[in-house]
Design a protein around this ligand. Structure first.
Ligand code: GAR
Length: 197
């Protein structure tokens, strides 16, 4: 059984997509063993609770010291014998020690066509704002492996959409999010098919 820890900071609609894909059998032989949130107010924690999934809060509030926070994160992931870490709207950068510890076992969903609009400062709504301001004709979402850089790991899956003439950052975000909910479960299947576990 694949033991997945999902790391979140906000609404958790991508978490929900993974929960649903396990429930409906698209993702097999897997369970979400915990949801780790950087923010105690995240709605993602409500989603976890509703599905009987353990919620853990490890954020700047609880552990202001970065090193200590990192140690807590590694401890939490190991405690649940995590095989795969999914960053689903997790708004912090993972420290290299954690990335090394789980090399090849951390994937992240990002709301742009990496290598465009990613890296330092590009997260959430900022990505869509930048895409609209640049007059891009297309955007999309990407799931990639997490390495020691920011959004620089190998791409697992990517899907495009057209930016419509009347789009604003919010309307674009909503359409990209729909794509995210499709490609994130697919990325888990691809990861499983590589026999990583
Ligand atoms: C998603 O669009 C995700 O791609 C983005 O935050 C949103 C979280 O939504 N992540 C990043 O920008 C990470 N760099 P959700 O909480 O509803 O899944």
């Amino acid at each position: 059984m694949l033991r997945i820890s999902v790391m979140v900071s906000g609404s958790g609609s991508n978490l929900q997509a993974v929960i649903d894909s396990i429930d409906n059998g698209q993702i097999k032989d897997a369970e979400i063993v915990q949801v780790i949130s950087s923010n105690s107010e995240a709605f993602a924690l409500e989603r976890a609770k509703k599905h009987g999934i353990k919620g853990v809060v490890i954020g700047k509030q609880e552990f202001p010291d970065e090193e200590e926070r990192n140690v807590e994160l590694i401890k939490a992931l190991k405690k649940e014998n995590t095989n795969l870490v999914i960053l689903a709207g997790y708004m912090n950068i993972l420290k290299p020690e954690l990335v090394k510890e789980f090399k090849g076992r951390i994937i992240n969903i990002h709301p742009s066509l990496i290598p465009k609009y990613c890296g330092e400062g590009f997260y959430g709504g900022k990505v869509h704002e930048a895409v609209i301001n640049a007059g891009e004709k297309e955007s999309g979402a990407t799931v990639h492996y997490v390495d020691e850089g920011i959004d620089s790991g190998e791409v697992i899956i990517q899907e495009k959409l057209f930016v419509e003439p009347g789009d604003n950052p919010e309307s674009l975000a909503a359409r990209v999010l729909k794509i995210e909910h499709i490609i994130l479960p697919k990325a888990v299947l691809i990861w499983q098919s590589k026999g990583e576990k």
